[in-house]
Design a protein around this ligand. Structure first.
Ligand code: CMP
Length: 139
């Protein structure tokens, strides 16, 4: 078993889609191992997305991610990073495959409902960003 860091983003939380997304992911075989709801401040959102700092969409992304509560969580499954990325679909919901989370629940390339780690190394970093050592025990 391995794990990935997922975030239900402010667009999906404010639209009341968090429960449906969570149910969808559990049906796809992911087990929730840690979860919280929080509102990111600007410094936190900038740090989380630091790799995108030079991108033209960075300021807008940070504004969006701080616009309301998010739900970060640790999801476990076999080959979790790859399987989660398959389950959520392409970054742009217009290009996401039928039945994926972004196809079903996302609004736009920025307001795309969920985040998922893109590698095991980033999953470790991102889980450590949101969850304390005590919360990570046993993962
Ligand atoms: P995520 O998987 O969280 O990683 C970076 C985020 O930046 C991405 O989802 C989108 O929310 C956002 N993003 C990526 N590409 C673009 C783009 N071309 N325009 C606007 N936002 C983008």
């Amino acid at each position: 078993m391995s794990y990935t860091l997922a975030i239900i983003k402010p667009d999906a939380v404010s639209a009341g889609r968090a429960g449906k997304i969570l149910a969808h992911l559990e049906e796809k075989g992911f087990t929730v191992r840690a979860l919280r709801m929080m509102r990111l401040n600007r410094a936190q959102a900038e740090a989380f997305y630091a790799v995108h700092r030079e991108r033209p969409f960075f300021d807008s992304l940070v504004s969006f991610m701080t616009s309301g509560p998010v739900i970060p969580m640790v999801l476990e499954s076999e080959d979790a990073v790859a399987r989660f990325r398959e389950a959520i679909g392409a970054t742009n919901p217009a290009e996401a495959a039928e039945g994926t989370v972004r196809k079903l629940f996302a609004e736009s390339i920025e307001r795309n409902a969920v985040h998922g780690s893109d590698s095991d190394e980033n999953a470790r970093r991102e889980v450590g960003f949101f969850f304390s050592e005590a919360e990570r025990l046993g993962l």
